[in-house]
Ligand binder design. Sequence first.
Ligand code: FES
Length: 153
Amino acid sequence: MNRREFFKISWGTVGLAALVSGVGVSLAAVIRFLMPSVFYEPPQSFKIGEPGDFPFGPPTFLVDEKIFVFRDREKGFAVASAVCTHLGCTVAHFSSDQRFHCPCHGSVFAADGSVQHGPAPRALDWFEVTMARDGKLLVNKDKVVPPNYRLMV
Ligand code: FES
């Protein structure tokens, strides 16, 4: 093999490799384009358990759902969001003063979720809670209800 033939074969191989990699990258881009860019969120409607799972008195905090479940003998069930309306931190409920406190920037919410001390711009949300056919409590975060909404069981 002389020098000219060597370069002919080398450049041919390099060109073929560049063509294959270019086609591969283009194909990957087309496949990525065809795949939907979906942002998966947890379901907004979910069951939280039987009514008997929740004690009377202080609310039960469900960490994964970021909600407080209140159960009152006279008033029934109510579900409040634990997400601060300022920047989304998780608020804590203090039974000592019956209020919600945000640890991030100090917002304080009254027992009904209304803002008592900013910077939170609006009240905490309350979500609809209903009884499913199987006897479990069903919370729907898509349905915001007034703070006085209750499910009597
Ligand atoms: S996130 Fe709650 S006060 Fe800022």
